[in-house]
Design a protein around this ligand. Structure first.
Ligand SMILES: O=P(O)(O)OC[C@H]1O[C@H](OP(=O)(O)OP(=O)(O)O)[C@H](O)[C@@H]1O
Ligand code: HPA
Ligand SMILES: [Mg+2]
Length: 180
C-alpha cells in the first residue's frame, strides 16, 4: 500500500463482484428498455467504465462535469456546471452514475436540473455512499458500499486530482492532505 494511505476500505476483488451485482440489478430493472448513462466527471469514469460493461441493455453514454470540492476535502456547497450534456434527455431513461454521495449537495443540484428537462425516468447509481455526512436528503437507487466518515481515494476518487488510478478504495492519511 502507498505511504499516503491509512487503510484499504474496498479491495479490487470486492469491487469486481459488486460491479457485477450492480450491473445485473440494473439490467433486470430496465429490461426491454434503452438507457442513457450519465457519468459525472471526473470521479465516476473508472466505475462507469467497469459498470457499463456489466449492463446487458442497449445504452448510450454522456457526461456532465460539476465541481464543488476543488482542492479541499470539504464540499464548498456551491455546485457549478463545468460541462453540460450533449444529449437531449427529454423522454429518455436516464441513469446518473457517481463515484460517491457524500453531503448529497452535488446530486441534489443535478437531479433538480435534469428533472426540469423531462426525462422519462431518472435514477441514481453510486459506488460509494457516506450516509453520516448528508446535508440534504438524498438516496441513490443503486448503492455499492456505505462507508464511514473518512476521506477516501482511489477507483476514480481523488484528493487534489491525485490517486484516481489506485485500483482499490483507501482512506487517505490526514498528513497527506494537511501537507498539500
Ligand atoms: O455529495 P457531495 O458532498 O456533493 O460529494 C460528491 C461529489 O464530490 C466529488 O466530486 P468533485 O467535486 O471532487 O469532482 P471530481 O469528480 O472531478 O473529483 C464526487 O465525485 C461527487 O461528484
Ligand atoms: O471521500 C471522498 N473522497 C474523494 N472525493 C470525495 N468527494 C466527496 N467525498 C469524497
Ligand atoms: Mg474530487
Amino acid at each position: 500500500m502507498k505511504k499516503d494511505l491509512k487503510k484499504v476500505l474496498v479491495t479490487e476483488k470486492e469491487i469486481k463482484s459488486k460491479i457485477k451485482e450492480m450491473g445485473e440489478a440494473i439490467s433486470q430493472d430496465y429490461q426491454g428498455k434503452e438507457i442513457l448513462v450519465v457519468g459525472i466527471l471526473k470521479g465516476s469514469v473508472v466505475f462507469m467504465g467497469d459498470l457499463v460493461r456489466k449492463i446487458k441493455l442497449p445504452l448510450q453514454i454522456d457526461f456532465m462535469e460539476v465541481s464543488s470540492y476543488g482542492k479541499s476535502t470539504e464540499s464548498s456547497g456551491a455546485v457549478r456546471i463545468l460541462k453540460d450534456l450533449e444529449t437531449n434527455i427529454e423522454g429518455r431513461n436516464v441513469l446518473i452514475v457517481e463515484d460517491i454521495v457524500d453531503t448529497g449537495l452535488t446530486l441534489s443540484y443535478l437531479v433538480k436540473i435534469l428533472k426540469a428537462r423531462k426525462p422519462a425516468s431518472l435514477k441514481i447509481c453510486t459506488f460509494l455512499n457516506k450516509p453520516s455526512r448528508r446535508k440534504v436528503a438524498l438516496e441513490a437507487d443503486y448503492n455499492g458500499y456505505d462507508i464511514p466518515d473518512e476521506f477516501v481515494v482511489g477507483y476514480g476518487l481523488d484528493f487534489n486530482e491525485k490517486y484516481r488510478n489506485i485500483p482499490y478504495v483507501a482512506v487517505l492519511k490526514p498528513e497527506a492532505y494537511q501537507k498539500d
